[in-house]
Design a protein around this ligand. Structure first.
Ligand SMILES: Cc1ncc(COP(=O)(O)O)c(C=O)c1O
Length: 382
């Protein structure tokens, strides 16, 4: 019996793969300094968990409408108005199983075989795979207008933006975003703006969404966000999308046939979180400030190692470190660091950045500094 070529051609997630390999060693009793995680090391704030308990006590246990409960629809609308500065009616929002499934529904709703989708480097590992799964072709560009202009062809149907960015923590500046939206004006190109790390910005940087720039930008941009990163709720699996009614309703149609809706209890927790009551706002700021402090201390330490360089991340909880002057093959380096130095990182190649390693800062400061120390000792022995 055969499997579909769609699945056979799909690459496994590099980040989840590293996590699994580290777990094999951990299960054998090896202590691993884990700097490969793509999720907060903080617990979900207690006030969110309490909101979920209360919902369970109220008997929240049924199917809901495909977009979410009325309360979640209201919370998504309020959130997009507050943070993205865009007004959406109920038909313009949708909750899904994590931002990952919001993305995958969006891709299936707007791409078909033969289409092209532009992905900016370095990119989150899932974008190219999800685009290929839809039969379309990922086209890679650098995050500047010249490179994007060159990548656009009559087949281009979508461009992905991810700010703050996984894997390098960069934030797309307002002038670049405005220039891009001007470039796309009048075209047939959807903008899929993945803003899942929007809460985690440093150095006083303010998050902005390109959807808010103009009527044309509003009509072509799908904003994707969720509760996973900023509220430390990865396991609750709630992603949210807001955008043009035509695209969001197409995604809802797909979701209805595939999943019906997301778990009602997770929706209740997300309603509480997205409304950001003051006690939660304080927790969000505490976590954000911790990531910023770790970034500062990490950079100080890693840049002391001869031959390594790293752009200062302005958001998210990752740093992309250029090891190419010390070690040519990043995949081999990540494997050896895990096996010999017991530090888990992720190779840059699957993110479109050969020669780099992605270092996750969603770990305690002690672990981060221990990891840097071990990396330094490993390189010193080569
Ligand atoms: C850029 C980016 N988008 C989306 C996601 C998926 O988020 P979620 O956990 O809500 O599915 C991730 C998770 O790592 C991510 O890094």
């Amino acid at each position: 019996m055969k499997l579909s070529s769609r699945v056979l051609n799909l690459a496994p997630s590099a980040t989840l793969g590293m996590k699994a390999r580290a777990k094999v060693l951990q299960d054998q009793g090896v202590k691993i300094v884990s700097l490969s995680a793509g999720e907060p090391d903080f617990e979900t704030p207690a006030c969110i968990i309490q909101a979920a308990h209360q919902a369970l006590d109220r008997g929240v246990s049924r199917y809901t409408g495909v977009r979410g409960t009325d309360a979640l629809i209201a919370a998504m609308r309020l959130k997009f108005k507050r943070d993205q500065k865009v007004d959406y009616v109920a038909n313009q929002v949708l909750s899904s199983v994590g931002a990952k499934s919001s993305l995958s529904l969006a891709i299936d709703a707007c791409l078909e075989p033969g289409d092209e989708a532009i992905i900016l480097k370095p990119y989150w590992v899932s974008y190219p795979e999800l685009v290929k799964l839809a039969g379309a072709e990922p086209i890679f560009a650098k995050p500047n207008l010249e490179s994007i202009k060159q990548a656009i062809t009559p087949k281009t149907r979508a461009i992905f933006l991810n700010s703050p960015n996984n894997p390098d923590g960069s934030v797309l500046g307002e002038s670049f975003l405005r220039g891009l939206m001007n470039l796309l004006e009048g075209s047939e190109i959807w903008v899929i703006s993945d803003e899942i790390y929007e809460h985690l910005v440093f150095d006083g940087v303010k998050h902005i969404s390109p959807a808010s720039f103009s009527k044309d930008a509003y009509d072509r941009t799908l904003v994707i966000s969720g509760v996973s990163k900023g509220y430390a709720m990865t396991g609750w699996r709630v992603g949210i999308a807001g955008g043009p009614e035509k695209l969001v309703s197409a995604m809802a149609k797909l979701q209805e046939q595939r999943y019906t809706c997301i778990p009602a209890i997770c929706q209740a927790a997300a309603v509480y979180a997205l409304n950001e009551p003051p006690e939660l706002k304080a927790e969000i700021e505490r976590m954000r400030a911790a990531y910023e402090m770790r970034r500062n201390r990490f950079l100080e330490a890693i840049l002391k190692i001869d031959g390594l360089s790293c752009e200062k991340p302005q958001g998210a909880f990752y740093a992309m470190v250029d090891f190419s002057r010390r070690y040519a093959d990043d995949q081999d380096l990540a494997n050896r660091l895990l096996g010999e130095a017991h530090v888990a990182t992720v190779a840059g190649t699957p993110f479109g950045a050969p020669g780099f390693l992605r270092i996750g800062l969603a770990a305690s400061l002690e672990e981060i500094l221990e990891g840097v120390q071990k990396i330094s000792a490993f390189l010193g022995k080569l």
